[in-house]
Ligand binder design. Sequence first.
Ligand code: ZN
Length: 175
Amino acid sequence: MPVDRMTSNVLNILKYPDKRLREVAKPIEEDDYFGLSLIFAAMKNTLRIKGGVGLAATQVGIPLRLIVVAIENQPVHCLANPVITEYSEDTCTFTEGCLSVPYASYDKVRPRRVKVEHYDWILRETHTIMADGLLARVIQHEIDHLDGKLFIDELSPLKINMLQRAGKKREKRGH
Ligand code: ZN
């Protein structure tokens, strides 16, 4: 475990086009359990401070299959080795953004519901989540990070640049 990163409560978030965001994360194994609660605590705190709804370990330079999803008024999910085993056929559109791609947001289509299996590192067993709506969306977005994918990958570099510039202007205007 990269313990030196744990000394700070707020982790540094890698920004597009950092190549480390393209790394495919490795599954958690038995030997890794020891450090998990520390990593998850730091990831949760980072999310709270940065104001996001989801964070993948890849985004903080830890190439392990860990994600945290923290949606307002819902329980926080800390998932190790999450795998989507089923996607709904129906889709929905939502304006998506990412802490690793500052200012960029756009309407993205994704499956509305997913079935997710993950390893519960406290009980040491596999659990299943049936997710829909925002939870399903954030889980898909974060698992993409673990595979080295970003939500903007379907867009051209020119379009990404335009979105970031427009988002920056919007923020300057205060909304
Ligand atoms: Zn993201």
